[in-house]
Ligand binder design. Structure first.
Ligand code: GTP
Length: 203
């Protein structure tokens, strides 16, 4: 059977429990979100195929449990991934503080040239915000990583974030853009031109 994509990418979502990892994946793949928090048990994945430049890219998007009790299991998946979307919740200072802990864990367990993008989710929340955009940008620039605020609920910047991460990996693999140059940007323009959803919605 011939494959209908040029590149297979493994993308991992990391971040504290409740920051919205599953919601972001459901929004991106199924254009749907669930209203309640059902904690992910272990690890799960969904597929989505997008065009990045002239490449047809099949994204295998891995959803991890944010709860610490699953850490030993989830860290085993880091090395298989080419890109990580590191998520915090803008209404949770604790989840933002823990971004440093997640980055240390990535450093320890993922491959050295893994691409990372930090996203502050729940940007729709006008009340209860504990982390400013400036703080998010500052943290990301300290680690020389790109950053975006997103909202799974309002579908703001969701496809942009996944598309940007896919672009970083694809460009690195094809050598069209020096990795360090891309990493220094805070906002990435690259966006998938078209997409095809795959997999049923369990959202
Ligand atoms: P774990 O599986 O425990 O690691 O959690 P998770 O990070 O996958 O969080 P999940 O997607 O289950 O979302 C947690 C809660 O946040 C749910 O009640 C969602 O409805 C809510 N939520 C997710 N994204 C957003 C968002 O963009 N805005 C708002 N206001 N709520 C959101």
């Amino acid at each position: 059977m011939s494959k209908n994509y040029d590149v297979l990418l493994k993308i991992l979502l990391l971040g504290d429990s409740g920051v919205g990892k599953t919601s972001l994946i459901c929004r991106y793949v199924d254009d749907d979100v669930r209203a309640t928090h059902v904690a992910t048990i272990g690890i799960d994945f969904k597929l989505k195929t997008v065009d990045v430049g002239d490449k047809r890219v099949r994204m295998q998007i891995w959803d991890t449990a944010g709860q610490e009790r699953f850490e030993t299991l989830t860290t085993q998946y880091y090395r298989k991934a080419q890109g990580i979307l590191l998520v915090y919740d803008v209404t949770s200072g604790r989840s933002f503080k823990n971004v440093r802990r997640w980055l240390a864990s990535i450093e320890e367990n993922a491959s050295q040239n893994i691409k990372r993008l930090i996203v502050g989710n729940k940007s729709d929340m006008l009340v209860g915000r504990e982390v400013t955009v400036k703080q998010g940008k500052q943290l990301a620039s300290e680690y020389k990583l790109p950053f975006m605020e997103v909202s799974a609920l309002k579908n703001t910047n969701v496809s942009e974030a996944f598309g940007a991460l896919a672009g970083l990996v694809v460009n690195q693999q094809s050598g069209t853009e020096p990795a360090k140059q891309v990493e220094r940007r805070e906002t990435i323009q690259l966006q998938p031109q078209s997409s095809k959803d795959e997999g049923g919605c369990s959202c």
